[in-house]
Design a protein. Structure first.
Length: 154
């Protein structure tokens, strides 16, 4: 899954309003309990980790986050559950944007966008690396080894 897969399009009206993209809260709620049909926990964990990390970074730096405070709280709860199912513990000392802001102030990151990026990287980069390794391992396990020593058949 990609971060955009956690959004769905709401059509515009016939008077010219453009369609908008909103968070699919039903998908997040389903994913908290089990992977939806057609996906797996690892794929969902990868996409959701990117979405949460990117949105927290937007909130903590120049803005442009796509989730509301309540939606971030739901996304973090869902991410914890999905990561737990793939064997990764997520220990974040905040539960939404507001408590993330309080945390970065306590960590002396109030006057530096870079300090906030570093704070997030310290937490999320090991998770990204572990998910990538798990994805690579899953891919290797489904690839077949050829029976013949020849590089190609013909």
């Amino acid at each position: 899954m990609r971060p955009d897969d956690f959004f769905h399009e709401v059509p515009g009206d016939p008077w010219g309003d453009l369609p908008t993209w909103v968070v699919d809260e039903r998908l997040l709620n389903t994913l908290r309990h089990r992977p939806p049909s057609g996906t797996d926990d690892l794929s969902a964990a990868i996409g959701l980790t990117h979405l949460v990390h990117d949105d927290l970074e937007c909130f903590g730096t120049n803005g442009g986050e796509r989730l509301s405070n309540d939606q971030m709280a739901l996304a973090l709860r869902t991410l914890r559950a999905v990561l737990e199912r793939v064997g990764i513990a997520l220990d974040i000392p905040w539960r939404d944007y507001t408590t993330f802001r309080n945390h970065w102030i306590k960590k002396d990151c109030a006057n530096s966008y870079q300090a906030r990026r570093d704070l997030l990287a310290e937490l999320f980069e090991p998770i990204h690396a572990r998910l990538t390794a798990m994805e690579d391992q899953a891919l290797e396990s489904v690839l077949a080894n050829p029976v013949t020593p020849h590089q190609s058949t013909g």
